[in-house]
Design a protein around this ligand. Structure first.
Ligand SMILES: C[S@@+](CC[C@H](N)C(=O)[O-])C[C@H]1O[C@@H](n2cnc3c(N)ncnc32)[C@H](O)[C@@H]1O
Length: 400
């Protein structure tokens, strides 16, 4: 487990493991809250303000108890307990106790820490999970490097007469942050947001079914069988793979994979990979995907949450670099992205779609969108492998 997948509970100095972030926050409270909600709900007079507030509080507590810390973190960003006295924490952190008291009272009222007495609180699984960089780091980078653009969207759309944004280089993000840089350039130029974003990329996908799991996509049957077994043959190329979390997971789940595993991202990102954080078998390669793909004839090229960052026109040009490197009837392109269903879209997907709209003038795509884009780029979709609500699909493509 890498150092970004562990945290430290400041209240007791104990290590916080990533599993804390992937389990329900407080399952023990669920049966009691369910009974209380059923009872208060069945006799509710919705004109009784206090009764309604009390039921709302219980309902929020039930949601908090059922959610995993990772889900709570995603909701905020995209859409052995030891009670601690405010005074003690304020002294340790050198914060004005009156200020900290107000902040903690609000966080407790929202249900994210537990009040046990006047100015005295316990941590929760959620607050403990925030000490893990891949769970907690999404907050500062999204508050600092994204929220201004999301808040600016209505005013920006007014200036464009509510026309669908489509410029990757001159849109809402650039207007909000008064920059000519794109989102990635801006975050990486304004550290620690860039590093925090990399950690967030390692966290947002945790605890969800992964495409390389046996009940999702048959890796042996579709990728390993028929692959060139020579040691120097490129097997899997992760384009825009950030700091390598997907390839690391792939290697841990398929350790006898043949050939080379190659991680490609911008130099500034590859340069942030810490020694020992990913397996030595994963080759790190600095690469700009707007330029010629240097790795030819790989068994599979893979892109996870990359094309959703770009409008169709830019995606077509990125895809042209991939298709030029693919070997007919051998290479595959695997795209790990949301495929929005015609109805009942999941909130995680729609939340991300709003991020794409304001940060990139891009989008989460429907099946119709994907077919139009990929077929226009000279690819055919062999199959879309799905795994239920809110889980990114694997779109398996070959040259048309
Ligand atoms: C939304 S992140 C997805 C990262 C990773 N695939 C994942 O799912 O966790 C998009 C990635 O594209 C990378 N990227 C942006 N522009 C790039 C470019 N021109 N060439 C290569 N990578 C780029 C970013 O640095 C970032 O790691």
């Amino acid at each position: 487990m890498g150092s970004t997948e562990k945290g430290v509970d400041a209240t007791n100095g104990l290590t916080v493991d990533i599993s804390v972030a992937l389990k329900a926050n407080d399952p023990k409270s669920v049966p009691g809250l369910s009974v209380e909600i059923a009872s208060a709900g069945s006799s509710l007079d919705d004109r009784d303000y206090n009764a309604r507030q009390s039921l709302l509080r219980k309902a929020r507590a039930l949601v908090t108890a059922l959610e995993t810390p990772r889900e709570t973190m995603i909701k905020h960003n995209w859409a052995e307990n030891c009670p601690q006295k405010v005074q003690d924490i304020a002294t340790a952190l050198e914060i004005d106790p009156e200020l900290l008291s107000r902040l903690m009272r609000h966080i407790s009222a929202m249900g994210y820490i537990k009040e046990v007495g006047p100015d005295e609180y316990e941590s929760t699984n959620f607050s403990r999970a925030l000490t893990i960089p891949i769970i907690g780091d999404g907050y500062p980078c999204i508050m600092g490097g994204c929220f201004a653009a999301i808040g600016h969207l209505p005013a920006y759309l007014k200036t464009t007469n509510f026309v669908m944004p489509n410029s990757a280089t001159n849109g809402c993000y650039q207007s909000a942050y008064s920059t000519k840089m794109n989102f990635f350039q801006y975050l990486q130029a304004h550290q620690p947001w860039g590093t925090q974003f990399n950690h967030h990329m390692g966290g947002y996908r945790q605890g969800r079914p992964a495409w390389m799991d046996p009940d999702f996509y048959p890796v042996q049957d579709r990728l390993i069988n028929g692959a060139d077994m020579a040691g120097n043959a490129p097997f899997l190329v992760d384009i825009g793979g950030n700091v390598g979390h997907d390839l690391a997971e792939f290697l841990s789940k398929h350790p006898s994979t043949p050939g080379r595993l190659i991680l490609q991202d911008l130099p500034v990102v590859i340069g942030q990979i810490q020694e020992g954080s990913i397996d030595m078998r994963i080759e790190r390669m600095e690469y700009d995907f707007h330029t010629e793909q240097p790795v030819k004839h790989a068994r599979a090229y893979y892109m996870h949450s990359v094309l959703h960052d770009w409008p169709d026109e830019v995606c077509t040009s990125i895809l042209a670099q991939v298709t030029a490197a693919m070997k007919p009837e051998y290479s595959k392109l695997l795209i790990n992205e949301n495929v929005i269903p015609p109805t009942q879209a999941n909130w995680q997907t729609t939340g991300l779609d709003m991020m794409m709209l304001s940060l990139f003038a891009s989008k989460e795509r429907t099946e119709v969108d994907w077919r139009r884009l990929l077929e226009g780029a000279g690819l055919k979709i062999v199959k879309i492998w799905g795994h239920g609500e809110g889980v990114e699909s694997l779109i398996e493509c070959e040259l048309a």
